[in-house]
Design a protein around this ligand. Structure first.
Ligand code: IMP
Ligand code: MG
Length: 192
């Protein structure tokens, strides 16, 4: 698999993001709201790169559809979200692609009446963004390629890679073979 962003570069940028958030939210009631499931690796590293008191919370977002290769209807499950009223919220996701997911998350979070809402992501595929919204914080802007690793999956595989990679056709076929019951994911249109 082609490595797009090596582990060491991710570590550097995530630490920088932790430092920025610590400066900007010092003295504020910060809640970092991780988006399941892709953000869990980033969430774990990011919170250890911060130096201010904060709360950690989780929300689930997924796009279900019959076809594995096309994004479907956005589903947001906020049953795990604690009270955010009056708090400063940073929604943390793995990737900002078209932006539909983050846009839907903003609406869901607004219902909790937080004091402020911002978004942070590891990756921003800016050429594909279609919503009238940009991530407030991002670690890397990347080209329009399907990527996996560091929390991002294809067919529930590859989340455990410590780097961000671009899988080739053989990698994708292997992921399906290894995990025939995988949930399937929005992926490259040429996916098996
Ligand atoms: P958006 O709604 O188009 O911004 O897509 C965001 C969601 O799609 C992310 O939370 C990911 O779950 C998924 N996604 C988008 N691009 C990729 C990718 O290159 N690899 C893996 N998942 C992706
Ligand atoms: Mg996701």
């Amino acid at each position: 698999m082609q490595v797009l962003i090596p582990e060491a570069e991710i570590r550097t940028r995530v630490r920088e993001l932790g430092g920025r958030l610590s400066e900007q939210y010092q003295g504020r009631p910060l809640t970092i709201l991780g988006v399941l499931t892709g953000s869990v690796v980033l969430l774990a590293d990011l919170i250890r790169a911060t130096s201010i008191p904060l709360r950690v919370a989780l929300i689930e977002a997924s796009s279900y559809s019959g076809a594995r290769t096309r994004p479907g209807v956005l589903q947001i499950d906020s049953r795990l979200v604690p009270d955010l009223k009056g708090r400063d919220v940073v929604i943390l996701d793995d990737i900002f692609d078209t932006g539909h997911t983050m846009s839907g998350l903003y609406d869901a979070v607004a219902a909790f009446e937080p004091a402020s809402v911002r978004s942070a992501v590891l990756l921003w595929k800016s050429a594909r963004t279609v919503v009238n919204l940009e991530p407030d914080y991002f670690c890397f802007q990347i080209p329009d390629a399907f990527v996996v690793g560091y929390g991002l999956d294809y067919n529930d595989e590859f989340r455990n890679l410590p780097y961000i990679g671009i899988p080739d056709d053989a990698d994708l076929q292997e992921a399906v073979r290894r995990n025939p019951d995988g949930a399937g994911r929005t992926g490259p249109t040429a996916a098996p």
